[in-house]
Design a protein around this ligand. Structure first.
Ligand code: C2O
Ligand code: CU
Ligand code: CU
Length: 571
């Protein structure tokens, strides 16, 4: 049916209409990074503008952050979106309180300033919101950007790393707009392709001018549900050098790489001697199996909506590449080895967890989907994992559609897919793995460095609407299996007054041991963190509650050895 028409249409359109140069986002680096999230609008198509969210000067998406392994960074995330959100550093190994999951909300008008040291290997990561039920809406309306981490091992290799010169970010998304051009963040008929936030198909082709030497492409699937089967035109070969969380042991020659939502890959394309030639980065959707969103559309069962994007099951251009002059000091060869990759061994595992991907019944294709038959609950901790536990997670997909499984906190190594070794390019550090219908994938990881008995990390499907619909769970990592004892001594070590309160409330910590470091947090009944402050004992903390809705809150005071809670009533 449509595929041939669409391909012809795209090819015709390319020759008839103006071409759009590849847009390369600006970069931010250093120890203080400031992100202002704001409402904006973009004329993606003719007619009414599309309402968007943007970061800093961007009307849609945000700057690329360039960070260094071992360096400290303080983020300042200023929420001018007029909607509560969070900010998650996807793939970064940070403490739960810095991870930006659904418990760490940023209220409208507020600034969230987590500070942490970068502990990740050189690779391509990204940032996006993670507010309960609104990840798809906030991300697909434009809050997302790339993070590039650099380290010494990567710097020692002869690789292209001049951003925008021989090293390019490629953030790929598709959108579906409604009749007045507004983002349908749950749209399954997504056909408007965006490369770095710029419209890339139908009447426009995004055209890159790349030098005739080795170029590095950082591919990020930042979309809601579509899988891409990337390849070059004429089956030109390329080399995969990096997976989600680091470089591979050696470059892997390939003609295709499939990326599901949330996944990244770094590839090298050797354009040496090709000055004047043109090629295309494409997605070969026709080769994806049915059940993998982006592949051929499944025949609809009763009760299922049409999910018939014209891109499904077709091969389409993502980027036109015009090869131009070589730069000075070009990289012209591909290194034969990269970095050592040392996966944990199954014999080191302390535990195996089994997670089944489920749906209410076997014919459901559009969700909601669950883990082990239960939907996400902010108030339920699914797993309590001892610090430094090495674990095997066994994921079995019992639904009709493929799901990209994502783990926060630590990268993992895929052990096997249905008992077989994963393809070469999946043998590096990963944080997202696509699990096909009826497939079982096992990965191994170790929960290192960060423990927090209160704030959990997430694991979830990275199809954003599946995540929002409850295909998510949470775990805490604790340094002691028993956790911190609640309210043992110091029964009256803090007081709240007035209580019930209106407007200003004071939390007094005067009876704690002098100068002990303390975290003061306030949670609402949903478990949302609504207030958090680091302080010391002796302090009297005045807190304005005028933004808080009426109801019962939990005030929690946490020191090194104690965790005290008291109820606060806001009238
Ligand atoms: Cu990319 Cu939990 O997210
Ligand atoms: Cu993440
Ligand atoms: Cu899913």
């Amino acid at each position: 049916m449509k595929p041939i028409f669409i391909v012809t249409f795209i090819l015709t359109a390319m020759s008839l209409f103006a071409q759009t140069p590849l847009y390369v986002p600006d970069t931010l680096s250093g120890t203080n990074i400031s992100l202002v999230l704001h409402k904006d609008s973009v004329a993606f198509v003719s007619g009414k503008k599309t309402n968007t969210f943007g970061v800093n000067a961007h009307r849609y998406l945000g700057p690329t952050l360039i960070l260094r392994n071992g360096s400290p960074v303080t983020m300042s995330v200023n929420n001018q979106m007029n909607d509560t959100t969070t900010m998650h550093w996807h793939g970064l190994h940070v403490a739960p309180s810095n991870d930006g999951g659904p418990h760490t909300t940023i209220l409208p008008g507020a600034i969230w300033s987590p500070g942490f040291t970068i502990m990740n290997d050189a690779a391509t990561y990204w940032y996006h919101p993670h507010f309960m039920g609104k990840t798809a809406m906030h991300t697909m309306k434009g809050i997302a950007g790339m993070i590039i981490v650099r380290d010494a091992a990567e710097a020692a290799l002869t690789l292209p790393r001049k951003y925008g010169v021989d090293d390019f970010p490629l953030i790929i998304q598709t959108q579906q707009f409604d009749s007045v051009n507004q983002v349908m963040h749950r749209g399954m008929e997504d056909s408007l392709l965006l490369v770095n936030g710029v419209r890339a198909n139908y009447s426009n082709t995004v055209v890159a001018s790349f030098p005739a030497q080795v170029v590095r492409l950082r591919l990020l699937n930042a979309g809601g549900e579509r899988n891409y089967n990337f390849g070059l035109s004429a089956n030109t070969s390329f080399s995969v050098i990096g997976s989600d969380g680091g470089l591979l042991q050696q470059p892997v020659a390939a003609t295709r790489i499939r990326l599901s939502p949330g996944e990244r890959a770094e590839i090298l394309v050797n354009l040496s001697g090709m000055n004047g030639q043109t090629l295309y980065l494409m997605s070969y959707g026709s080769e994806l199996p049915m059940g993998v969103q982006g592949g051929p559309t499944m025949p609809m069962g009763p009760g299922n909506p049409s999910m018939d994007s014209p891109l499904n099951g077709t091969d389409f251009n993502v980027l036109q590449i015009n090869v131009g002059l070589q730069t000075s000091n070009p990289v012209t060869t591909i290194p034969s080895t990269l970095v050592p990759v040392n996966p944990y061994l199954p014999s080191q595992a302390n535990a195996t967890r089994t997670i089944r991907f489920t749906a209410a019944n076997a014919t459901i294709m559009d969700g909601p989907f669950f883990f082990n038959d239960s939907t996400f609950d902010m108030m339920r901790i699914d797993y309590r994992i001892p610090l430094n536990h090495t674990e095997i997670w066994e994921l079995t997909n019992q639904t009709m559609v493929a799901h990209p499984f994502h783990l926060h906190d630590v990268p993992f190594y895929i052990l096997d897919r249905d008992g077989n070794l994963p393809p070469q390019f999946e043998r590096g550090k990963k944080d997202v793995v696509l699990v096909y219908p009826n497939e079982t994938v096992r990965f191994i990881t170790k929960f290192t460095d960060f423990a927090d008995t209160v704030i959990p990390y997430m694991f979830h499907c990275h199809v954003l609407m599946h995540e929002d619909d409850g295909m998510m769970g949470q775990f805490v990592v604790s340094s002691a299996v028993t956790g911190i004892p609640q309210d043992t001594e110091n029964k009256n070590a803090f007081s709240i007054y007035p209580n019930p309160a209106t407007g200003l409330v004071t939390v007094s910590l005067q009876d704690f041991k002098k100068d002990e470091a303390t975290t003061l947090s306030i949670y609402n009944t949903l478990g949302d963190l609504v207030y958090s402050e680091n302080t010391i004992s002796n302090a009297k903390m005045p807190i304005s509650t005028s933004n808080y809705t009426q109801g019962i809150y939990t005030v929690q005071v946490k020191t090194k050895n104690t965790l005290l809670t008291k109820k606060l009533i806001i009238q």
